[in-house]
Design a protein around this ligand. Structure first.
Ligand code: TNX
Length: 617
């Protein structure tokens, strides 16, 4: 006992005065001291272990990641450099006895086990705070809100507290970012797993923080959608909008309308085979997202963008004649007949089925670019479809073209314009609509970064990282108060995006920029600080095998400039090189169902292989 105390004193006094990175060698217990300690009392094993741990901590370099490096920036950060915490092979994760909290703890363990190689057992406990290790505790602290958390890192313990499991989940994402980048490796890496000491208090600014994936222009298999979900989760996004139908393909089955997927799903932009999800596939996506506190927002684009439905069912077309399949990239030519009752039967069947498989509150009806359905034909159609959505119990969302239609309680309008002075949208807000902001010239992730970006479009301008970051959702639209803004969403249209590495290339590094606008308090907004913090994530993405765009706007760490990594991603400022990766069809992620444990979707290895794997130390 006495020995134990003196060991702790050595440790506390020495380390507080030790400059970061310097080892306090002179104060270390010598091998002889340690031998002495272990001989003096009956608890020899404990003491020897304790002394070994102290020696280890005293030799420790400062944590390689700073507490202030988190993206999105937390509300409050208080570093305590003397309080770094070292994870060890003995670390245990203790969690409140609550099924959803337990799932978060398992998620954390599964994130950390591959790289650390540590067992990290999870135990639920009435009093999770009773011991050392990582503690995830649900407390009654409602000031944190439904998604907020507190993280305290001390030498003895890492503690995440939250009012709700979602808060614990976001605390876990923060914790993950505080470990060395190679924590993203899917295979064990020898190294020190040090977390920077101090505390974070964090809550999101907006309740809606989303990204959209267009699976209609190009179809992406379930495994790739799951990987995109993982990317959203890293940056505390909580909505995945899936654009499920468009002229080029119909991706979701509807009972009674089998040709929608059989015929309408068999195409995509170009000459690819297209595809569709089964109902089980869709539910799996929804469950995998839910396990990451992400809600799927399904979109059925109406009345335009419907050529694939018309190919399958000519009876929906204004002339009752099925058109040819369309695999180009023009918009605005197709529409279901707004004057036909059969159209509304179709719409009710489709929206009813999608609503039944989507536990989230929102149902997106598109409404954009229906150039051939004009005036009251258009607004009458939208009003009727809004009521069909309300009958399913869901809240309707539509692109901002639906603004002139009559208001329905709770209605949400998604802004995608490029000129924020839009009286029609402002008027819809005055009538009660809430807003999701996706301005094309800031939030559209299908826009090119620069003129030489090998993918993407430029009709809304070039969207480099700074442009993605430097705008304010709360004041973006003229005559729209900040209170009307539900949040932000970054859409990725896929006319030119055909593979998972291409998706990732367009998401990274812009998705974290949009995520920060959705999560962080405006007071933290600062491009210079952001670009530094974000650049530090390059090695992390490389270790996760993410094919990111090494934008010249960011001061990448030197190691990342010639990045190779544990899982094989190559990173280059040459976009073509970053895209010289391919997906491995065998790396299908584990299914995430309510009964199955939560498992991160497998990293998709690239063809490029590193010669060496970096060490985190
Ligand atoms: C506009 S944004 C569209 C999409 C295209 C996109 C390409 C919106 C609601 N409609 O149909 O895919 O531009 O950037």
């Amino acid at each position: 006992m006495t020995a134990q105390i003196s060991v702790n004193v050595i440790f506390a006094t020495t380390n507080a005065n030790t400059p970061p990175g310097a080892a306090a060698v002179s104060s270390l217990p010598s091998a002889a001291d340690r031998e002495q300690l272990s001989l003096r009392t009956p608890e020899t094993g404990d003491l020897a272990r304790s002394a070994a741990r102290v020696a280890d901590e005293l030799l420790a370099p400062a944590a390689p990641v700073r507490l202030t490096d988190v993206v999105p920036a937390p509300e409050q950060v208080r570093p305590e450099p003397a309080d770094d915490h070292l994870l060890t092979a003995d670390t245990v994760i203790r969690v409140s006895a609550d099924a959803a909290a337990l799932a978060v703890a398992e998620h954390l363990a599964e994130l950390l086990r591959p790289a650390t190689g540590y067992p990290l057992p999870v135990t639920d406990a009435a009093d999770p705070e009773s011991d050392r290790g990582i503690v995830l505790a649900l407390t009654g602290d409602e000031t944190l809100g439904p998604e907020g958390y507190r993280l305290d890192v001390t030498r003895d313990r890492v503690r995440i507290t939250a009012a709700q499991p979602a808060g614990l989940f976001y605390g876990v994402q923060t914790l993950r970012q505080l470990l060395p980048p190679v924590v993203e490796s899917r295979t064990p890496v020898a190294g020190r797993w040090t977390l920077p000491g101090g505390s974070i208090l964090d809550r999101p600014h907006y309740p809606y923080r989303g990204a959209m994936l267009d699976v209609a222009r190009h179809f992406f298999p379930v495994s790739e959608v799951l990987r995109v979900i993982d990317h959203l989760a890293r940056y505390k996004l909580n909505q995945l909008h899936l654009h499920l139908t468009d002229d080029q393909g119909w991706r979701i089955p509807v009972p009674g309308w089998p040709r929608l997927t059989e015929v309408g799903g068999a195409t995509e932009v170009g000459d690819g085979p297209g595809g569709h999800y089964s109902t089980a596939d869709y539910r799996r996506i929804v469950a995998y997202a839910a396990a990451r506190h992400i809600t799927v927002v399904p979109e059925i684009d109406l009345p335009g963008h419907t050529n694939s439905a018309l190919v399958a069912y000519g009876e929906l077309a204004p002339d009752r004649v099925a058109p040819q399949p369309y695999t180009g990239t023009e918009v605005g030519f197709s529409y279901v007949d707004p004057a036909s009752e059969r159209t509304y039967e179709f719409v009710a069947d489709v929206l009813g089925e999608v609503a039944a498989n989507s536990p989230g509150p929102f149902l997106h009806i598109g409404g954009d670019e229906a150039f051939k359905v004009k005036g009251t034909a258009y607004t009458d159609f939208v009003e009727r479809v809004q009521r069909i959505v309300a009958d399913t119990g869901k809240t309707v969302v539509g692109w901002h073209q639906i603004a002139p239609a009559a208001h329905l309680d709770g209605r949400v309008v998604q802004w995608w314009g490029t000129d924020g002075d839009d009286p029609t949208t402002a008027e819809a807000v005055r009538r009660g609509a809430r807003l999701i902001l996706s301005p094309g010239n800031h939030a559209y992730l299908d826009m090119k970064y620069a003129p030489d970006t090998p993918l993407g479009q430029d009709w809304a301008g070039l969207v480099d990282v700074r442009r993605a970051y430097d705008w304010d959702p709360g004041s973006h639209l003229t005559d729209v108060p900040a209170e009307a803004v539900l949040g932000v969403e970054a859409p990725l249209w896929t006319e030119s995006v055909t593979t998972l590495p291409e998706i990732e290339f367009m998401l990274f590094p812009r998705l974290p920029a949009l995520a920060e606008l959705g999560w962080s308090p405006r007071s933290t907004h600062d491009w210079d600080g952001f670009r530094e913090r974000l650049a530090g994530h390059g090695p992390r993405w490389a270790a996760a095998g993410i094919a990111y765009h090494a934008s010249p706007e960011l001061p990448w760490p030197v190691a990342a400039a010639n990045a190779t990594d544990a899982s094989g991603a190559a990173v280059s400022t040459d976009p073509a090189a970053a895209l010289g990766t391919s997906t491995d069809p065998a790396s299908e992620a584990d299914p995430a169902t309510e009964s199955a444990p939560v498992t991160e979707s497998a990293a998709i290895p690239s063809q490029r292989r590193p010669d060496t794997a970096p060490d985190p130390a």
